[in-house]
Write a new protein. Structure first.
Length: 203
């Protein structure tokens, strides 16, 4: 069963768990530092620049924003963590929402954890990966903004990150650019094949 990512539409926003959609289909969660390119990646996968709000000002996504892909899966765009300039109470609310999301028992199928290819993974990235490893939460690591580096530099960074990060056995790594549309087909294929069993045989 293939997923048509071009058929992605805005579903709604959730400020708490009660307003998230019913868990009636596979859900893919986008996590990572503020400004890493979560919303841009969603737009690139859907080939629609107007879908998710992208901003040069970090902290744009302040709620969990849901997208419906082809009536088959949900994408959940989480607020980015580590946005230093957000007021304290807002920051606390974000992180509570993210924490709740991951410990609530809400059913999700896969996390795409995004890391900017140019920068060493942060403490929060390491914490998040440790958390997912401990809980056996399936994730793909997606290195973003690859257009900013040469191919050789990308390879070097990937090798370097492999030493720092304790990759989960099943972790898949992807190097992408939302800007130049690089690596997107590989990522889509991997998502589809990961969800194959869950999506079943229906057309
Ligand atoms: N060069 C380049 N810039 C990118 C790419 N992806 C995102 N950006 C830029 O990075 C900035 C942040 O992108 P967003 O997609 O809004 O990041 P986000 O992770 O959703 O940020 P929050 O909503 O604050 O958590 C914007 O200025 C984007 O244009 C990419 O692949 N290449
Ligand atoms: Mg965003």
């Amino acid at each position: 069963m293939s997923i048509n990512f071009r058929k992605t539409s805005f579903w709604g926003v959730a400020s708490d768990l009660a307003s998230c959609p019913e868990s009636d289909r596979p859900e893919i969660v986008f996590s990572g530092k503020s400004n890493v390119g979560k919303s841009s990646l969603i737009n690139a996968l859907a080939d629609n620049k107007k879908l998710a709000r992208v901003s040069a000002t970090p902290g744009k996504t302040r709620l969990v924003v849901y997208f419906n892909v082809d009536d088959k899966i949900y994408l959940a765009d989480l607020p980015g963590y580590g946005y230093a300039k957000a007021p304290k109470d807002v920051k606390a609310k974000f992180s509570k929402l993210c924490d709740q999301y991951f410990v609530s028992g809400r059913k999700f199928s896969l996390v795409l954890h995004l890391i900017d290819i140019r920068h060493a993974p942060s403490q929060e990235d390491v914490k998040m990966l440790t958390f997912m490893n401990e809980r056996q939460i399936p994730y793909f690591l997606v290195f973003t903004k690859c257009d900013k580096l040469s191919r050789a530099q990308v390879m070097r960074q990937l090798a370097e990150f492999g030493k720092i990060l304790n990759f989960h056995d099943d972790a898949h790594c992807f190097a992408v650019s939302a800007e130049k549309k690089l690596g997107l087909d590989d990522l889509k294929e991997a998502i589809e094949s990961y969800l194959q069993d869950e999506l079943g045989e229906e057309s």
